[in-house]
Write a protein that binds this ligand. Structure first.
Ligand code: SF4
Length: 490
């Protein structure tokens, strides 16, 4: 990485993007990166050691993408990234509050680090969605003394300033912006992978589904300019990236806040012209906002993969209303029919919540009816978890945890059968795979994803990470395909 150029670029952009934001000393913001870098260089000269950092990322792809920015800033500041089991000077937690168990895991991990912090003088930095909730910041302040820096989802870019303040005063620094502000562009980034990348196109959410905390912790929808997004993708392509995933809580709303209709479909069409990019994915799509122009773009754009993640959450119209999802069971099924008519080889995946307050046996049967009718390749299933401050938190729960567990298992079993039956149809066929590297289960074989987002483990000679290859599928299960061969085609 060319650190000097990165800092110069960052300086210029920070100057432009922070002016008028009401941030104190905004024009100096870029200097904090350089100040800490000088401070780290002095330390390296004296001790012959480089200060280290490691990241703990929880939750969704938006957090994964934020973690790339945080890593980019730390590297530009002169820190070196280490693995999860290595000692580090700075341990960053990028947190998620969508479900209670993710929160509990964060507390558990931070608590377990107290010995490492005492022995090595390490400090913990906590950021991400959990920090937007005052009761959580209070708990960390009171009970977790090794957490020295706290910031929220709206001011990730101020991290260098906060770190500088901590290094100068050795006092805990907490700065959580209550409200979202304009998008800060061109922060340093350390991409996790070279052959594929996440590209945020819209931040926040306006939908206020009654169970969801996201609009409260990520703010209202703000779209990035299409030109900036396209430039980022062009740069990624020049750097060897073949697949991009466009990210947003609801990508279908992209451009609405800019007063531009159907901008997401226009974006997909514009990406078709970028040489080097072979595959385009996106997530997540709210069914109520999935337009005909988007279906047309998915059908006509060769680079857009034939996979759509379309959360339905519940098959019961009654429960959907309580969830404030603003579509019905019939509306969802009609939408799926329309998509399948236009794109017959589309693979669908979804999110489902089991045990929403008041869910009856009949409501649950409606959910099963939807998965049987739609035939999803994959379903991400969750047991309802009440979130503080959401309307659903105040709804009366009439379903026992025993019943919810039974329903959950029934859903898993049925979906597993559906997924297996669909996978079996691929046996004996040749599929296109983008290679992610050695398989996590068996490092002697390779692993990658089909255009329909199925995981493929396969044996092949002369194939490397980032290649696009043709693989013959010899065996299929619900969760992965097994293949042989690998003629490189891209
Ligand atoms: S669309 Fe609904 S579930 Fe998705 S982030 Fe927005 S409020 Fe949450």
């Amino acid at each position: 990485m060319d650190t000097k150029n990165n800092i110069d670029r960052y300086k210029l952009k920070q100057k432009a993007s922070l002016s008028g934001m009401g941030v104190e000393n905004a024009p100096e913001n870029y200097d904090w990166i350089e100040n800490i870098r000088n401070f780290n260089m002095d330390h390296s000269l004296k001790t012959r050691k480089t200060r280290k950092f490691k990241l703990n990322v929880f939750g969704c792809q938006m957090n994964e993408r934020d973690s790339e920015t945080i890593a980019g800033m730390l590297i530009d500041m002169g820190f070196e990234e280490v693995g999860e089991h290595d000692p580090a000077d700075i341990i960053v937690f990028i947190t998620c509050c969508v479900r209670e168990n993710a929160e509990e895991r964060v507390y558990g991990h931070i608590g377990a680090l107290s010995k490492e912090c005492e022995e090595n003088g390490s400090i913990i930095v906590a950021c991400g969605c959990m920090m937007q909730q005052p009761h959580i910041v209070e708990k960390l302040k009171k009970s977790y003394h090794n957490v020295k820096i706290i910031f929220g989802t709206h001011n990730v870019h101020t991290f260098p300033k906060l770190l500088y303040q901590y290094f100068n005063n050795k006092k805990r620094v907490i700065d959580v912006w209550e409200k979202e502000d304009r998008i800060i562009e061109d922060l340093p980034v350390k991409r996790t992978e070279k052959h594929k990348a996440w590209v945020s196109i819209i931040l926040g959410c306006n939908n206020f589904c009654s169970y969801c905390i996201v609009p409260y912790v990520r703010g209202r929808e703000r779209s990035r300019s299409m030109e900036i997004v396209l430039n980022e993708i062009r740069e990624l392509a020049k750097d060897g990236c073949k697949e991009i995933t466009l990210l947003g809580q609801n990508v279908n709303s992209y451009g609405n806040d800019l007063g531009q209709k159907n901008l997401f479909a226009k974006l997909l069409n514009a990406i078709e012209d970028i040489d080097g990019i072979s595959r385009v994915r996106f997530m997540t799509s709210h069914p109520k906002d999935l337009s005909d122009s988007l279906i047309d773009a998915m059908k006509n754009c060769k680079k857009v993969c034939n996979h759509l993640h379309l959360p339905f959450q519940s098959g019961s119209t009654r429960i959907l209303e309580k969830m404030n999802r603003r579509y019905t069971k019939e509306g969802y099924l009609n939408l799926v029919d329309k998509i399948k008519r236009q794109i017959p080889d589309i693979a669908l995946s979804t999110d489902i919540i089991v045990g929403f307050p008041g869910e009856t046996d009949e409501d649950f049967e409606d959910t099963l009816d939807v998965i049987r009718k739609v035939q999803f390749d994959a379903a991400f299933t969750f047991i309802y978890s009440p979130r503080r401050g959401t309307p659903a938190e105040k709804m009366e729960q009439i379903v026992s945890s025993k019943v919810i567990s039974r329903r959950f298992q029934t859903l898993l079993d049925i979906q597993k059968d559906i997924g297996t039956d669909l996978a079996k149809k691929v046996e004996g066929k040749t599929v296109e795979v983008l290679v992610d590297g050695p398989s996590k289960q068996n490092p002697n074989i390779l692993s990658g994803r089909t255009r329909t987002n199925r995981l493929v483990n396969f044996e092949a000679e002369g194939v490397k990470k980032g290649d696009i290859v043709l693989v013959d599928i010899v065996r299929a299960g619900a969760f992965w395909l097994e293949g042989r061969g690998g003629k490189v085609i891209g």
